[in-house]
Design a protein around this ligand. Structure first.
Ligand code: CA
Length: 238
């Protein structure tokens, strides 16, 4: 019975895309770098990783532009150019670009009848999942087109949970960026941070990567966290 109770705690896992399932972060960086170089804007990997990780494309462009004033029309043209550069690069994506551990975790979740969703700010999310050959695992895809307010707002995760018919407190978010962790916590969901502790300290559970991590390991960590009274703030009992 204890196993059943524990397994019923999480009914859905909602994954972020960039930095969790695959590393399109590097392709994003290359696309921004090309745009910045063409526009004569000083830019490097450090600036990208320090301020733009986890931001949606509009906010990332604002960060890149800094004090430079551009009209909303110019802004759209710059975003379109950046996206064209990105699409050129990601056409080379394939199954080998899955981050370590994600393939086996998806297979395990599917076998355990846990619902699987994507909760990403990306507007190319479906294409990326197709190129990676894992689209069939996903019961629902919430992406940059799904809701007006992107992370750190909780909307994209709440939309995914509602579409799956699962209450937020039974959802686990897998995220690699502070904005995504904040979104998951605001949605009153369990949050697993994947990456360095200092970046993800607010998450309920933190792992350096998903390599070699099984669903059973994650459930055990959630159980442990519950015993420490770390859990999503909700009026609903779980
Ligand atoms: Ca991410």
């Amino acid at each position: 019975m204890a196993t059943l109770e524990r397994n019923s705690l999480i009914a859905a896992v909602i994954f972020d895309l960039d930095g969790v399932i695959t590393n399109t972060v590097y392709f994003h960086y290359l696309s921004w770098q090309r745009l910045a170089d063409e526009e004569g804007i000083p830019f490097d990997r450090q600036i990208h990783d320090g301020g733009m990780l986890g931001l949606n494309r509009e906010d990332a462009l604002c960060y890149l532009l800094g004090d430079r004033q551009v009209s909303s029309c110019q802004q759209q043209l710059l975003l379109a150019r950046k996206n064209d550069y990105y699409l050129e690069l990601i056409n080379e994506l394939n199954n080998e670009h899955l981050l370590p551990g994600i393939g086996s975790l998806l297979t395990e979740l599917h076998a355990a009848n846990i619902k699987i969703a994507l909760g990403s700010s990306s507007k190319n999310a479906e294409l990326v999942l197709q190129l990676l050959g894992i689209e069939h695992f996903f019961d629902f895809i919430a992406d940059g087109y799904s809701v007006p307010n992107l992370k750190p707002a909780p909307d994209v995760f709440l939309h995914a949970a509602e579409s799956l018919g699962i209450s937020p407190s039974h959802c686990l978010i897998v995220e690699d960026a502070p904005a995504g962790v904040a979104a998951g916590l605001a949605a009153q969901m369990w949050v697993l941070g994947v990456g360095p502790y200092e970046r993800l300290a607010q998450a309920h559970l933190i792992l350096p990567s998903l390599a070699g991590v099984s669903w059973t390991d994650i459930l055990a960590k959630i159980d442990y966290s519950r015993n420490l009274h770390k859990q999503p703030v909700s009026t609903e009992s779980i």
